[in-house]
Design a protein around this ligand. Sequence first.
Ligand SMILES: [Zn+2]
Length: 327
Amino acid sequence: MATEVRSGLFQLKVPIPNNPLGWVLPYLVPGDDGYTLIDSGWNTPDAFDALEEELRAAGVTFDRIKRLIVTHVHPDHYGLAGRIKEACGAEVIMHQREQDFIRSRYREPEQLLERMAAWLIENGVPRDEMQDLQQSSMPARSFVVPAEPDSVLWGGETLDFGLFKFEVYWTPGHSPGHLCFYEREKRIILTGDHVLPTITPNVSLHPQQMGNPLGDYLASLRRSPEAACGDRAPPRTAAGRDAGNHRRRRRDCVRGRGGRGLDDGHVRYVLALDASRRDQRDARAPGVRGAGRQAASDEGERRGTVRARAGANELKAGLPCGGAVLA
Ligand SMILES: [Zn+2]
């Protein structure tokens, strides 16, 4: 059921059918010229109907949606973009880096599949197991009706809707062009998959996310408006409470204040981060210099990425996905 998290701003709940994640959480923001939807949901008949029902519960019909902003183009956040655009002509907006993935993932994936095969082989995947891994993301394409963006964001902009003014934060890590939106005055952050209510997001390597995704993610956490909220703002919603608890648990653990009450998956995630940091520290030790030090550091971050991903995947079952309000 749609939840009004601030006067006029609604959190919507859209099911992800036949998926243990359960829900994705788009937000509806009122504005001077109509409404803005942030994220959409998967493209299934049930999800589309649920979105329409949630909008109705918030007192809004599709024809009043002026724009759809997606935090990133994963199917659960972007899947209904084409249908929403068709229903109401909404302007579609996303980060430039996410725009680059629309054609290669959802329209013409052949080249990406070739790159994936080469990358898997290069990283030691046996040829007889390669094809399953190469194709593993392809079923998700059926949950996306793509729409090209009408405009793009880079991070650093302010979106002035009238009552709400959201600062745009570029937060790569979970996805290269992931965005968060921060309402400084009202102390609201819409976090997409960057910060989830009780779990850590998937941060992984693949041919479209090379380099050091975990390093990018950690840097995004340090930069992101979550830090700007500090400890002064009491969470005021269920999602906010969960997110606040998540933040406190992580802070306490990382600062070495204990860790009692942490679930196993969270401990695994923090330990992965610790291992990554330890590896980096070792790499900086005397006797490891120049290229060797960098290689050791990269390896440490890479191992951290793999461990964090394993923990996050195990944790996801039965938990809502896609959005938290920290306030
Ligand atoms: Zn995602």
